[in-house]
Design a protein around this ligand. Structure first.
Ligand code: FES
Length: 317
């Protein structure tokens, strides 16, 4: 059974050097139609040759529907997606992309923002910054912590010129304290962070007294999932296809579904990208993802990390 995966066909229109081992890919519709819209801070999945699916933040202004711009750092020790993009993808190649997902909530009652980014983690805030400037909400600061020359320098120029970007070069000075960048909780301030896990840990610590609705964290590496010593086997019942699929203790729903030929799109396999979302109908799921809101969890789960607290869980598949 193959699910109807909604992808958009794009071609690589341009590839630029982003410095620090980064390539910037500009993807366009083959006939130059507009691409589906996206929110500030949204991301897309790239469906790569060999069945790999990888998720990247969109770097361009959401008002620019003519292209999707993603920045990819070559990670030689990664899972292979970035190496493939760097070494095997060229201008003119075709790439299927998902519809854009996610993004930052930028409510009107938030009048100032502070974003903290580590290295390539600056990418989600580029589209946010472009959007904030364009809609006339210029009170924000983007703190970029990097060692040596900052990544994506050519995309940062407008923010440097407008005074919105503060670069903290840890080769020239000590790494700044995240708590000092964040400050005290204020009801009209919104925060965002994207970077390595150690930085996110410091950011979570610094914002523990902030209302959750004012804090956005974007991860590109899933946190390790704790091993559940009490994990039990259970059954997935698929309401539409009438299949009953056993899930062994400790096995993921995703692998059980893939094992019987149900093609679920999955990228991070760690509950942070949102690509493997499935609706559930009956039962008691245990959610372990970092992307769904409490409201969304009442209807959906991420099959790469969720479990079932009961013997049977019914999915809308
Ligand atoms: S594959 Fe990323 S959330 Fe499941």
């Amino acid at each position: 059974m193959t699910l109807p995966i909604t992808t958009v066909k794009t071609i690589v229109d341009r590839i630029e050097d982003g410095g620090a081992g980064i390539k910037v890919f500009r993807l366009v519709d083959p006939d130059r139609w507009q691409l589906p819209p996206f929110r500030p801070g949204a991301h897309i999945d790239l469906h790569l040759p060999g069945g790999m699916v990888r998720t990247y933040s969109l770097c361009n202004d959401p008002a620019d529907n003519a292209r999707y711009v993603v920045a990819v750092k070559r990670e030689a020790a990664g899972r292979g997606g970035s190496v493939l993009l760097h070494d095997a993808i060229d201008v003119g190649d075709t790439i299927g992309v998902s519809l854009p997902r996610g993004g930052l909530d930028l409510p009107d009652d938030v009048t100032r923002f502070a974003f903290v980014a580590g290295g390539i983690g600056v990418t989600p805030f580029l589209s946010v910054a472009a959007w904030l400037k364009r809609v006339g909400r210029p009170k924000f600061t983007l703190h970029l912590i990097a060692r040596g020359a900052p990544p994506l320098a050519h995309l940062l120029v407008p923010l440097l010129r407008s005074g919105h970007l503060v670069v903290h070069d840890t080769a020239a000075a000590a790494r700044p304290h995240i708590a000092a960048l964040v400050g005290r909780p204020l009801s009209d301030v919104g925060l965002g962070c994207c970077g390595p896990e150690s930085m996110i840990g410091d950011f979570e610590q610094a914002t523990r007294d902030w209302p959750a609705s004012r804090v956005h964290i974007e991860r590109f590496v899933p946190p390790p999932l704790p091993v559940d010593p009490d994990a039990r086997p259970y059954t997935l019942a698929l309401a539409r296809s009438k299949l009953e699929i056993p899930v062994a203790a400790g096995q993921t729903m995703l692998s059980a579904l893939l094992g019987v030929g149900i093609d679920i799109p999955a990228s991070c396999c760690g509950g942070i990208c949102g690509s493997c979302k499935v609706d559930w109908l009956e039962g008691a799921p245990i959610h372990r993802d970092r992307v769904l809101s409490p409201t969304e969890r009442a209807r959906s789960l991420m099959v790469c990390v969720a479990e079932s607290a009961e013997d049977r869980l019914v999915l809308d598949l």
